[in-house]
Write a protein that binds this ligand. Structure first.
Ligand code: NAD
Length: 294
C-alpha cells in the first residue's frame, strides 16, 4: 500500500480520500478547513498542519483544489510545494483547471523529477462517495500505469486522454456538454409544466425518448422528480454553479486557443454568470431551473 498525501478535502476530495483509506493506504491529509482534516483524522487518516507536512515522506501526492490559481499558488514558485515533494514521487493533480495551467505545472514537476498526471474527474459527489469516478488522464502512459491502482480505489473508468494537459481538455469538453444538457433540460421541463404537464411524467417521457440524456437519467433539475438529486434538496450539495461557470470559462479559453467555434458553450457561460449575479453560485448547477420558473 502507498504512502499518500491528499490535499484539498472539499465536496470531492473528502469522499475520494475516504475511499483511499478504505482501500488500506497510509494517508496524510490537509485542507485549509480544519474541520475536514479532523473528520478524516477521526476515520484513521494522519492529520497534517500544513501542505508541506502532508507531503513529507509521501510516495504519491494528490491535489483536489478549486481552480487554476489555487493549484499554481500551492505548487509553483519560490517556496511552492513542488520543492517539498520528493524526486521520483507521483503527483496526481485531480482538480479541474486550465489545460495551459496544467502544462505549466507538468513542466515544473518534470524539472524537479516528479511524475505528474493531470487527472480531472467526472461523476460528481455521488461518484466520489461511491468510488465510481471517471478519471481523464493527461501525461505519460508509464506514470498512469503506476497510478492506476490508486485511481481504481477512487474510480471506475480510467481513460488516458493523451499527453500533458489532455485530461483537462477532455474535462472541459465534457463539462461544456453537461452544462448545455442541463440548461436544455431545465428549459424543456419548464415549458412542459407551464403547459399543464406533470413534471415527473414529462421527465420520464423525455428520458425514454430521443431527448434522453445524462441529466434526465440521474440529475433532473425539477424539484421532487428525483428525491436524491440536489434539486429535491433546495439545490444544496452536488456541483456548485460557480464551479460550472469556471469550467465554461475554461472551455471558452480552450476554444480561443484553437479558434474553435463553441456558440452553445458561450451561451451556457453567460447563463451561469447570470446565476452567479443572482447570488446562486454556491447552489448546485441544476439551480439553473429557477431561471425558467421564477
Ligand atoms: P470545494 O471547493 O468543495 O473543495 C476544494 C477544497 O480545497 C476546499 O476544501 C478548500 O478549503 C481546499 N483548498 C483550497 N486551497 C487550498 C490550499 N492551498 N491548501 C489546502 N486546501 C485548499 O470543491 P470541490 O467541489 O471539491 O471541487 C474540487 C475540484 O473538482 C474543482 O476543480 C471542481 O471543478 C472539480 N470537480 C467537482 C465536482 C463536483 O461535483 N463538486 C465534480 C467534478 C470535478
Amino acid at each position: 500500500m502507498s504512502k499518500i498525501a491528499f490535499i484539498g478535502l472539499g465536496h470531492m476530495g473528502l469522499p475520494m480520500a475516504r475511499n483511499l483509506l478504505k482501500a488500506g493506504h497510509d494517508l496524510k491529509v490537509y485542507d485549509l478547513v480544519q474541520a475536514a482534516v479532523d473528520e478524516l483524522a477521526a476515520e484513521g487518516a494522519k492529520p497534517a498542519r500544513d501542505a508541506r507536512e502532508a507531503v513529507n515522506g509521501a510516495q504519491v501526492v494528490i491535489t483536489m483544489l478549486p481552480a487554476s490559481r489555487h493549484v499554481e499558488g500551492l505548487l509553483l514558485g519560490d517556496g511552492g510545494l513542488l520543492e517539498s515533494i520528493a524526486t521520483g514521487s507521483l503527483l496526481l493533480e485531480c482538480s479541474t483547471i486550465a489545460p495551459e495551467s496544467a502544462r505549466k505545472v507538468h513542466a515544473a514537476a518534470k524539472a524537479r523529477g516528479i511524475e505528474l498526471l493531470d487527472a480531472p474527474v467526472s461523476g460528481g459527489t455521488a461518484g466520489a462517495a461511491a468510488g465510481t469516478l471517471t478519471f481523464m488522464v493527461g501525461g505519460e502512459a508509464g506514470a498512469l500505469e503506476k497510478a492506476r491502482p490508486i485511481f481504481q480505489s477512487m474510480g471506475k473508468n480510467i481513460f488516458h486522454a493523451g499527453p500533458d494537459g489532455a485530461g483537462q481538455v477532455a474535462k472541459v469538453c465534457n463539462n461544456q456538454l453537461l452544462a448545455v444538457q442541463m440548461i436544455g433540460t431545465a428549459e424543456s421541463m419548464a415549458l412542459g409544466v407551464a403547459n399543464g404537464l406533470d413534471p415527473a411524467i414529462l421527465a420520464e417521457i423525455m428520458r425514454q425518448s430521443s431527448g434522453g440524456n445524462w441529466v434526465l437519467e440521474r440529475y433532473n433539475p425539477w424539484p421532487g422528480v428525483m428525491p436524491n438529486a440536489p434539486a429535491s434538496k433546495e439545490y444544496d450539495g452536488g456541483f456548485m454553479a460557480e464551479l460550472m461557470a469556471k469550467d465554461l470559462g475554461l472551455a471558452q479559453e480552450t476554444a480561443q486557443s484553437s479558434l474553435s467555434s463553441t456558440p452553445m458553450g458561450a451561451l451556457a457561460l453567460q447563463i451561469y454568470r447570470l446565476l452567479l449575479k443572482q447570488g446562486k453560485g454556491k447552489k448546485d448547477f441544476s439551480v439553473v431551473q429557477k431561471l425558467f420558473v421564477e
